[in-house]
Write a protein that binds this ligand. Sequence first.
Ligand SMILES: [Zn+2]
Length: 229
Amino acid sequence: MSAQKTYNIRCPKCGQEQKVELYESINVSQQPGLKTALFENQLNRIQCRSCDTSFRIDKPLLYNDPDRNILIHWIPDNAVSREEILDDFDKSMEELRAVLPENIEPPRVRLVFTRAELVELIFIIEAGMEERVVEYIKYTIHMQNPGRVPPATKQLLLNVQDSTADELLFAVQNTETLELEEILRYPRPAYHGVKDMYRKNPEEFRELFPGPYISARAALMEEDCGEDG
Ligand SMILES: [Zn+2]
């Protein structure tokens, strides 16, 4: 089931308040149209009744794809810090594990902080790619190009749709402006090489990206903090 809730929202342009229905969770097996709305940046987008301004409300959203047994929590870090979100998330995951029957395979649970990350992850999963392999490749791109894609200010996003049999395309996103600034190309055969490494030794990858937020940039930032402190 998808779920909606009513909110009182104030227009960022003219200040007019209005009651709107926003999605709390979407089940894309039952309502694939909601996935399309998400991709087209129309989900939880409203139009002011007074001045016609259209704007998107970023609020926590649960993306549920039962056919692929995956749950992705999108928790925007506009109100609370990522550290607090991660702490709360760990607690609720423990509670969930405690109540799940043992004979049921628990869904894969992922956490993302932005809509771009959510859309990227859905494409990766639907393409049958391994997300930790993708993040490992980003990790090496960051390491090899510290001047061009410093993890402190740039995030790499895989563009699955425009990637080809020969090349994976990564968009470089500025983490402050959220603008996509350039495209980096990575040879697809090298992806298969990393995937073989993953098949042989998945533990190493899980150690680097334990989840629920699987991110090369976050792993690199954490290493940096460790070195400083
Ligand atoms: Zn307005």
